[in-house]
Design a protein around this ligand. Sequence first.
Ligand SMILES: Nc1ncnc2c1ncn2[C@@H]1O[C@H](COP(=O)(O)OP(=O)(O)OP(=O)(O)O)[C@@H](O)[C@H]1O
Ligand code: SF4
Ligand SMILES: [Mg+2]
Length: 374
Amino acid sequence: MSQQLNPASLSQTAEGTSQPADFASRMEGERSRGKGRKDRVVLKVDNLRIHYATPQGDVIAVSDISFKLYEGETLGLVGESGCGKSTTAYGILQLVQPPGYIVNGSIEVDGTEVLDLEEEELRKFRWTGLSLIPQGAMNSLNPTMRVKDQIIDVIEAHEGKQSDKEALRERIFGLFQNVGLPNRIYNMYPHELSGGMKQRVCIAMGVALHPTAVIADEATSALDVVVQRIVAQTLIKVKDEIGVSLIVIGHDMGLLAQIVDRIAVMYAGKMVEIAPVENVYAQPLHPYTQLLIDSIPSIKERKPLKITEGITHDPRNPPSGCIFRLRCPFAWGHCAEVEPRQIMVEDLHEVACHLYDEQFHERRANALATIANS
Ligand SMILES: Nc1ncnc2c1ncn2[C@@H]1O[C@H](COP(=O)(O)OP(=O)(O)OP(=O)(O)O)[C@@H](O)[C@H]1O
Ligand code: SF4
Ligand SMILES: [Mg+2]
C-alpha cells in the first residue's frame, strides 16, 4: 500500500489532488443521499461478539463491535470478504445459525433490547422492526410461487389473513411503485424477471411492513453496473419515501460513495473506522481504510493495480493488540501489546488506531514526515 496518512485530526489536508479526494469530489455532484437526523438513534449495537464453533476452535467472526444508526440515515458497511459483515447483519436480527452463536453484546432498536425478545416477539420484530434483505436474496425467491404470493406471504405472516383482496392488491402495487416495478409482474414467476427486477422484489418485501430500519446485504452484487446503480437508487428512493433507516453492506466503495451518509469499515471482525462519507474518501484515517480507498480504480489516472494480500491471520487466533498490525506499515511495539480503542476524532468520526491517541502525537507526526519525504 502507499503510505498515506492524512489525519483530519491534525488539521492536515491531502496534498494536491490524491485519487481518493478527487474521486470524492467527482461523486459529490451525483450523490443522492438522505439527510439523516443525527439526534435520534434507531439502532445501537454495543460490544457485539459472534463466534462460529469449529472442531479446531471458535472462528471469531465479529469481535466486540459497536456502532449507531440514526433516524433517516444510510450507513454503508464495508470490508473485505470474510470480515464479518453478513454475520453482523444476522446477529442484529438474531438469525445467526449454529455453529454460530452470539457471545456477548447488546442490540437496541428504538430502545428495545433485541437480545431479550422471546421467539414470538422476535418473529414480529423481523420485518416490522428491522428487516434484512440477505446476501443472494434474489436467488432465494421461491421459483414455484408468483411474485404477488411471495409478498402476500410476508404481509399475512405478520398481519394475518387479508380479507380485502382488492386492498391487498393495491398495497402491493404501491410497493411496486416504491421500488420502480411495473404492475404487470404481479402474476409473474421469479424466472420471468431480470436480476435487477428480482432484487427490487426483495426490496419491496423488505419494506412491506414499514420497518424502522432495513439491512441490505450485497443488494447490488452480481448485477451489471447499470443495474447496480438502478438498484442502489431504488434503495435510496424507498428509504426516503417510506422513511426507514438503511444499512447497506457492500464491497463497491464507488457505489457506496454515492448513496450513504456514513461508512463503517470492518477488518477481520473489528470495526476500525466509522465516518461521514466525505471524510472517508477525502481523508481516511485508519491505515486499512487508506488501503481500501487506495484500491479504488481510477479511469482518469491509470496506475498499476495494487496487489495486496487479504486478511492474513487465522480467524481462530487473531494477533494480540491491533487486529491490523500484521499488515500495517505504521505498526510498532505498542500495537502488539494493546488493542486500540475507538477514538472520536471529530463529530461522528471514530477510528480505532493508536496513532490518533494524543499520547502518540509525536509518532503520528513522524509518520507524516516519513510519508512527506518518501
Ligand atoms: N458456518 C460457518 N462456520 C465457520 N465459520 C464461518 C461460518 N460462516 C461464516 N464463517 C466465518 O465467519 C467469518 C465472517 O463471515 P461473513 O460471511 O460474515 O463475512 P462477510 O464479510 O459477509 O464476507 P463476504 O463479503 O464474502 O460476504 C469468516 O471468517 C467466515 O469464514
Ligand atoms: S494501531 Fe498500530 S498497527 Fe493498528 S492500525 Fe494503528 S498504527 Fe497500525
Ligand atoms: Mg457477506
